[in-house]
Design a protein around this ligand. Structure first.
Ligand code: PLP
Length: 415
């Protein structure tokens, strides 16, 4: 089955009972059984079935199965947000005293999470790139995972997943990859060697910005050992399913970060048109980036597959012709950036990406407000930088909108 077909049919057959073409919304907190024996079996994972929506739900399970198929994993656990996905994916394997290695270009919320984890005795060491040298410098006996994003948001640096996975595995460590900005439309992280995939489904997967959610997909490929991961002790015997089993039966279940059935339904609905939207997002973003690249009054346009991008070579190798839907602009000063945002007619000033509509935000004063100047610069955030999540509108209108806003800023501030 090719990718666009898999979006509609992969691991999905509608509803067997009624023939409905969409999965029904099982908006029910709990599921009763005929006998106490059946309930006991479900609680002990000896029988399939549902008991309580915090643990599993048929509408949510259908969404999970579809993502598992697309990612090429063995199982997925859908959760209440992308941040919940990252948190649960970490806490599933970490104990106090453990260490994480993360690329410094990751999402602002994730940087905030690393600070919270310090209070639990979990330290994060940051690297600019995943290289042999950086890993040799930072890996020690406490290192339990390496974390990166496919396309850093908003530095827009691209991770060479295959090369990184090889290096990380040579140290006996799993690679957790946040694939939110690329999605399986652009990159299949598991095929390239990542062990656990994170998606904030709030973004491109949902596509219409109607639900916050996240999902964790397990490749089943990492060899967990009791020696290195003592907190996985009870689950190691499950082999390939050890990580997912611990997540489902323990970490995720006890954190209580479940996804609502309604939101899972919206995600499944959005997922079906992912290719169509991503194709347009990528095409529009490249077109907008090119049209602004040499414009007067713009200090820099950053888009992974523009030749001027510092990450161009890796981007071409990893992303091919699909550069994603996000670009950033630098306008020399914060005042000019604010005036530009305020002047836009169509683009909405909002903290989100992956909407059908074009969105802009000034990250330094918002998403990265809790980060120091040095942390901001490592993440590619500057006072004059605007992040643009390009929508699926007719790109001529968006280009025209950006042009008029730039003309206005240049006139007002004199360029
Ligand atoms: C938005 C985002 C998240 C967090 O997802 P939420 O659903 O907002 O919790 C994590 N990683 C990346 C790359 C994101 O863009």
């Amino acid at each position: 089955m090719k990718y666009d077909t898999a979006l509609l049919h992969g691991n999905f057959k509608g509803d067997n009972n009624t023939g409905a073409t969409l999965v029904p919304i099982y908006q029910s907190s709990a599921f009763g059984q005929d006998t106490a024996e059946k309930t006991e079996d479900i609680f002990h994972n000896r029988a399939s079935g549902f008991a309580y929506t915090r643990i599993s739900n048929p509408t949510v399970a259908s969404f999970e199965n579809r993502i598992t198929y697309l990612e090429g994993g063995i199982a997925s656990v859908a959760v209440s947000s992308g941040m919940a996905a990252i948190t649960a994916s970490f806490l599933n394997i970490l104990s106090s005293g453990d260490e994480i290695i993360s690329k410094s270009s990751v999402f602002g919320g994730t940087l905030d999470l690393f600070k919270d984890l310090e209070n639990l005795g979990i330290r994060t060491r940051f690297v600019e790139n995943i290289t042999k040298e950086e890993l040799e410098k930072n890996v020690n006996e406490h290192t339990k995972l390496v974390f990166a994003e496919t396309i850093g948001n908003p530095r827009l640096d691209v991770t060479d997943i295959k090369e990184s996975a090889g290096l990380i595995h040579s140290f006996g460590i799993p690679f957790i990859l946040d694939n939110t900005t690329a999605t399986t439309y652009i990159v299949k992280g598991i095929e390239l060697g990542a062990d656990i995939i994170i998606n904030s489904a709030s973004k491109y997967i949902n596509g219409n910005s109607n639900s916050i959610s996240g999902i964790i997909t397990d490749s089943g490929n990492f060899k967990w050992t009791e020696e290195k991961y003592p907190i996985m002790k009870e689950y190691i015997r499950l082999g390939r399913f050890a990580y997912t089993a611990k997540l489902r039966n323990d970490t995720f279940r006890n954190m209580g970060c479940c996804l609502s059935p309604m939101n899972a339904y919206y995600n499944s609905l959005g997922l079906e048109t992912l290719s169509l939207r991503m194709e347009r997002h990528c095409r529009n973003a490249l077109s907008l980036a090119r049209s602004l690249e040499h414009a007067e009054g713009i200090r820099e346009v950053n888009y992974p597959i523009l030749r001027s991008s510092p990450y161009y070579d890796t981007a071409k190798r990893v992303l091919g012709e699909k550069g994603g839907g996000i670009l950033t602009l630098r306008l020399y000063t914060k005042e000019r950036a604010f005036a530009f945002i305020n002047r836009l007619k169509y683009a909405v000033n909002i903290t989100n990406i992956g909407d059908t509509k074009t969105l802009v935000i000034h990250p330094a004063s918002t998403i990265y407000a809790h980060s120091s100047r040095a942390e901001q610069e490592k993440a590619g955030v500057y006072d004059d930088l605007i992040r643009v999540s390009v929508g699926i509108e007719d790109i001529d209108d968006i280009t025209e909108d950006f042009r008029q806003a730039l003309d206005y800023v240049n006139e007002s501030f004199g360029f």
